[in-house]
Design a protein around this ligand. Structure first.
Ligand code: GLV
Ligand code: MN
Ligand code: MN
Length: 423
């Protein structure tokens, strides 16, 4: 019988990745921007982000991939398949980090994908569809808000020029920084068909560890809204202005932050609210602050509850600011509705996990992920591996090599099931 290009021969036994090689790659990447406390600092589109990207591209080319970069700096490393015209089965995540980030958030998903490619090479497995590993630009949103801008433009959620115009706290623009580090590519962002997308990630929460389970079968992502708030009062002398004559913008911001914590608790147990970035002007210890700019992050798995939390934010601002003569400006800069992943991709993750002997925990991600935007343009699902104490966005972020290998093995088999492969 002649070879059927669409034929998929499931391997007799599930495949496993080389966990030691994956760990070594993770530790090598973590040296770029390594912090004294053992974490990583590679802010999006910084020189260190460029170094991380360059290292990934070199590794991918060494593994036989062709590398292309789109106009948002998203990197696609392709391992060819038997059917060159078929859309790839893709995986990936991000290499940028929080200012005091860990070694695994995002990086794990990228390097687990690279390990899938390396293992397929080693086993001489040819897939029907190409396999791709993607590095999405500015997932964290720590330097340029909002988060997941590269995948957001790719999925048509954000306009590219709007994304290019995002500014960091020093007024540097995302588009200019892409040019500066040499990662504004030729391919038009979004002109890149993807047949299916899988993202492996550390859980960043406590559930898997508490339940002593290795694999999370991620079925969706909770909703997340980001806001920029500016409160304007009046600068005045810290020693001479009586308390009842002050229009202290920082005090108002602190009261709003307190109300937001109560708002999240009122929508518990899933509601969360965070004021994470605060700029106080003029930032002088003996001047009552006249202006404060701060970020607000509201999340909930249900759209209606998130909408109620947004109303709660406006109410908190009004009731705190109006009585003390503080002016307020609020802009919602991103709104990511709760996402449900594709049932077939979830089933591929479930099947791969079970074949490897794991009993995957169904879960909804509390963190945002590029997979959330990808779900709008391709069948998508995610795989979680546990991390110690659920700690993430922290230099102490920690994960066990065996758990990360297990998640990558699930990724390998799920992608293979979707891409069709044979030795
Ligand atoms: C991404 O890191 C997020 O904020 O969830
Ligand atoms: Mn991440
Ligand atoms: Mn993150």
């Amino acid at each position: 019988m002649s070879a059927d290009p669409a034929r998929s021969i499931p391997p007799a036994a599930p495949l496993t990745v080389d966990g030691k090689r994956l760990w070594k790659s993770l530790m090598t990447m973590a040296e770029i921007g390594a912090t004294e406390k053992g974490g990583s600092r590679r802010l999006a589109l910084s020189d260190l982000d460029r170094e991380g990207r360059d290292l990934f591209c070199a590794w991918a080319r060494h593994a036989g991939c062709t590398v292309s970069v789109d106009s948002m700096g998203n990197i696609f490393a392709r391992r060819p398949g038997r059917r060159p015209d078929a859309a790839p089965v893709a995986t990936g995540s991000h290499l940028d980090t929080q200012p005091t980030g860990g070694k695994f958030d995002g990086v794990y998903g990228v390097l687990a994908g690279l390990e899938v490619v390396r293992r397929l090479n080693e086993l001489e497995i040819e897939t029907a569809a190409p396999i791709e590993v993607v590095v999405w630009t500015n997932e964290e949103g720590a330097r340029f808000a909002p988060s997941m801008v590269g995948s957001g433009v790719f999925a048509g959620v954000y306009d590219q020029d709007w994304a290019y115009a995002r500014e960091d706290l020093d007024g540097l623009r995302l588009g200019d920084e892409l040019d500066r580090i040499g990662y504004r590519g030729a391919e038009r962002c979004g002109d890149h068909p993807i047949a299916a997308f899988f993202e492996a990630h550390i859980e960043q929460g406590p559930i898997l560890e508490a339940r002593q389970r290795t694999i999370g079968r991620v079925e969706g992502v909770q909703g997340m809204n980001w806001y920029d708030v500016t409160l304007t009062g009046a600068e005045s002398h810290a020693g001479t202005t009586p308390m009842d004559r002050r229009r202290d913008a920082y005090l108002a911001a602190a009261r709003v932050a307190d109300r937001l914590a109560a708002l999240a608790e009122a929508h518990g147990p899933h509601g969360v609210a965070t004021v994470g970035q605060v700029q106080v002007f003029p930032n002088s210890r003996n001047t009552v602050p006249g202006r404060v700019a701060f970020s607000v992050d509201l999340r909930h798995p249900e759209a209606e509850v998130l909408a109620a939390m947004e109303r709660g934010l406006h109410h908190a601002l009004e009731t705190v600011c109006e009585p003390v003569g503080i002016a307020r400006e609020v802009a919602r800069i991103s709104a990511e509705a709760p996402i449900r992943f594709d049932p077939d991709c979830i089933a591929a993750v479930d099947g791969a996990a079970r074949a490897l002997g794991y009993d995957p925990v169904p879960m909804v991600s509390g963190a945002g992920h590029d997979a959330g935007f990808l779900a709008a343009v391709a069948p998508t699902a995610m795989i979680f591996a546990p991390c110690a104490d659920g700690i993430s966005h922290n230099e102490d972020e920690s994960a066990e090599p065996e758990d990360l290998a297990a998640g990558a093995s699930v990724l390998l088999n799920a992608m293979l099931a979707r891409a069709g492969g044979s030795a």
